[in-house]
Design a protein around this ligand. Structure first.
Ligand code: UGA
Length: 433
């Protein structure tokens, strides 16, 4: 089939390359000429393991091309809308500017009978509005939310847990079945719904994941007050299959370009719909998440004796999670910036996210290696659990650091190992000795 993919960020670039891998002819379209030039040259403008290989293979097959020209979408049977929906600067709601700009640009080129498929995360009701905007062109609309995680984008796209499609006609369902035929043949479950359900599946999935993380982080607060250990608690409750152990890692909490803004946009939309009470608990989810960041700063202050004046702090991790260079709403950088504001001399290291971090927080200091960040520091904070940090020898770090104090805000290090090497180890929600 001939597909266009409008928007070539994390979602669109991955989707375009993977659809070409499935055998479709794909054109990726974006208004950012630099991004298009990089992708055309086989370079992924962000860090996503495995994606460069899939992209280069797809380009070499001749089935994938990139352009800034929306007219290139004219031949496509199916158009995927993959643009971003960030939080608005002055409210909780989603900024739909990119979505409607993409729609306006596509309307003149969408052929009658072609199918426009929304994948962006949007407020419920968007698909119906979009259908009305395309009505005159004769193009149909469907909704097909995306569940990929950064760092696992290729695998999540080619081997998803499920496919969800919101459609208004059996023909549109058939079109999408054809797009995803290889996945369906492999047994990936397909759920066919109306527009509103498909849109809500996405936001409610992210709201549930955020809630699960904040639940275990709330338990962390209780553990800190009682001397209990949240890591053991999480392991124990996670063994109950009704609860499940994934997304139950207590620590600094969630960040990134999705969970934080999605729960806020969901609350804003619920307010518009008159059901804000249904989601007031998400305010608490957000608040618990923010409190973990403040708690981490408090623990660092305690470790250096009550004030950051003339104190050096080493921060390991800037990305919002490991295996990503994404620093959008990164808990790690939030904490690093807060420490700096309190007067600490902060040096940050991250294996992949240094350029993005520097762009966002140019006033922080950055070190080229984890050891150099730790050199002469009064306390070390592990804020993103990259395996490079988890595997490091505490003796080696101990030989360069000023004071052997470590705060493991991701509960990723082995406390016994670090304590045996003479470190004062503090984890979030864990006993202090
Ligand atoms: C999330 C969802 O997991 C995807 O299913 C969804 O498609 C995506 O948002 C999206 O809406 O586009 P992602 O933002 O890539 O994916 O990251 P996650 O792996 O979900 O991690 C989110 C945050 O939660 C990270 O900061 C991570 O450190 C934190 N986290 C995760 C925890 O603090 N504890 C956990 O147990 C798990």
């Amino acid at each position: 089939m001939r597909l266009s993919v409008v928007g070539t960020g994390y979602l669109g670039a991955t989707h375009a390359a993977c659809m070409a891998q499935l055998g479709h002819e794909v054109v990726g379209i974006d208004s950012d000429a630099q991004k298009i030039a990089a992708l055309s040259a086989g370079q992924v403008p962000f860090f996503e393991p495995g994606l460069p290989e899939v992209l280069q293979e797809a380009l070499a097959s001749g089935r994938l091309a990139f352009t800034t020209d929306m007219a290139a979408a004219a031949d496509a049977d199916v158009h995927f809308i993959c643009v971003g929906t960030p939080q608005r600067p002055s409210s909780y709601a989603a900024d739909m500017g990119q979505v409607w700009a993409a729609v306006d640009a596509l309307v003149p080129h969408a052929a009658p009978g072609s199918l426009v498929v929304g994948k962006s995360t949007v407020p419920v009701g968007t698909a119906a509005q979009m259908r009305d905007r395309f009505a005159a062109s004769g193009a149909h609309v469907a909704w097909n939310p995306e569940f990929l995680r950064e760092g696992h984008a290729v695998n999540d796209t080619l081997h998803p847990d499920r496919l969800v499609i919101g459609v208004e006609s059996p023909t549109d369902e058939q079109t999408l079945r054809q797009v995803y035929r290889p996945l369906l043949d492999e047994g990936v479950p397909l759920l066919v719904t109306d527009f509103a359900t498909a849109e809500l599946v996405k936001v409610s999935a992210n709201a549930f994941l955020a809630t699960k993380i904040s639940f275990i982080n709330a338990m962390s607060e209780v553990c800190e007050a009682t001397g209990a250990d949240v890591v053991m608690l999480s392991e124990a409750i996670g063994m109950d299959p009704r609860i499940g152990s994934s997304f139950l890692r207590a620590g600094l909490g969630f960040g990134g370009g999705c969970l934080p803004k999605d729960i806020r946009a969901f609350m804003a939309r619920a307010g518009e719909l008159g059901v804000d009470q249904a989601l007031t608990f998400l305010r608490e989810v957000d608040e618990i998440n923010q409190r973990r960041r403040r708690r981490t700063v408090d623990m660092a202050r305690e470790a250096v004796g009550g004030s950051f004046r003339d104190k050096r702090v080493a921060v390991w991790g800037a990305a919002f999670k490991p295996d990503s260079d994404d620093v959008r709403d990164s808990p790690a950088l939030h904490v690093a910036a807060a420490l700096h504001t309190e007067g600490a001399d902060v040096t940050v290291h991250d294996p992949r996210a240094m350029d993005n971090a520097r762009e966002l927080f140019p006033h922080l200091a950055y070190a080229d290696t984890a050891l150099n960040a730790a050199r002469d520091a009064d306390v070390l904070l592990l804020l993103t659990e990259w395996s490079d940090y988890v595997d490091i020898d505490p003796e080696e770090v101990g030989s360069v650091i000023g004071q052997r104090h470590v705060i493991d805000a991701r509960n990723a290090l082995d406390p016994a190992h670090w304590r045996a090497a003479g470190w004062t180890y503090r984890g979030l929600g864990r006993p202090s000795a």
